[in-house]
Design a binder for this molecule. Structure first.
Ligand code: PNS
Length: 195
């Protein structure tokens, strides 16, 4: 039986040889996504972050915008590449020789959907393994959907998304959206008395 340090090194050695794909919508990328990308980049030789094209949902950010944001945000990780795909994810994974699919699980509520997807993907392509990783606890409630919802309603999304994404949200939603800095308390202006 391997000691735990040895088994970790063994596992790392195995995974290190492979390409992993981290598929998703990334609309927009959140700090939780980045946390997972960083963890995945340490575990795999190459990590391909793959944005789904032609989703049924109408995205807030175009494919081009998401591609650009993710490329900027991951520029410091030399083994991370950003790509797009459509059709079956397993077919895309095969086309880039990925041996693993990386997905994040934040809470038990994610588990059912992720398990179903992982098992369906295994049915479609038995050689492709799904690896689940947990983002930092501080991101366990962060999702793209909630970020969009909060931002659209004019709430602050600082700490939930990288600064560059916050800026893009600001640009996209202005003038309806005014990102409120919680440290700035707006004092209502006094009305001038009519003469
Ligand atoms: O970020 P999301 O929206 O949770 O990502 C979902 C995604 C893109 C990973 C999933 O919808 C997907 O892989 N779609 C591609 C089509 C496909 O292969 N469907 C079968 C999955 S069981």
């Amino acid at each position: 039986m391997l000691q735990s340090a040895e088994s970790t090194a063994f596992l790392r050695g195995r995974l290190n040889k492979g390409i992993a794909v981290y598929p998703g919508s990334f609309d927009p990328p959140t700090n939780g996504h980045l946390d997972l990308i960083e963890r995945g980049s340490k575990m795999f030789e190459q990590l391909v972050v793959a944005i789904l094209r032609n989703s049924e949902k109408t995205p807030m950010f175009s494919l081009g915008e998401r591609l650009e944001m993710l490329r900027e945000l991951t520029a410091d990780w030399s083994n991370v590449r950003i790509d797009t795909f459509d059709g079956l994810m397993v077919e895309y994974a095969k086309s880039i020789d990925a041996m693993c699919v990386l997905r994040g699980i934040r809470a038990i509520s994610d588990y059912e959907y992720e398990l179903q997807m992982a098992l369906m993907n295994r049915k479609l392509e038995p050689t492709l393994e799904t690896v689940f990783m947990m983002p930092a606890v501080k991101y366990s409630y962060v999702s793209s959907r909630l970020v969009r919802e909060v931002a659209q309603a004019g709430g602050p999304v600082k700490d939930l998304v990288p600064d560059a994404v916050e800026q893009k949200l600001r640009e996209k939603l202005d003038p309806a959206y005014k990102l409120r800095d919680p440290e700035i308390i707006e004092v209502p202006r006094k009305r001038k008395k009519k003469a």
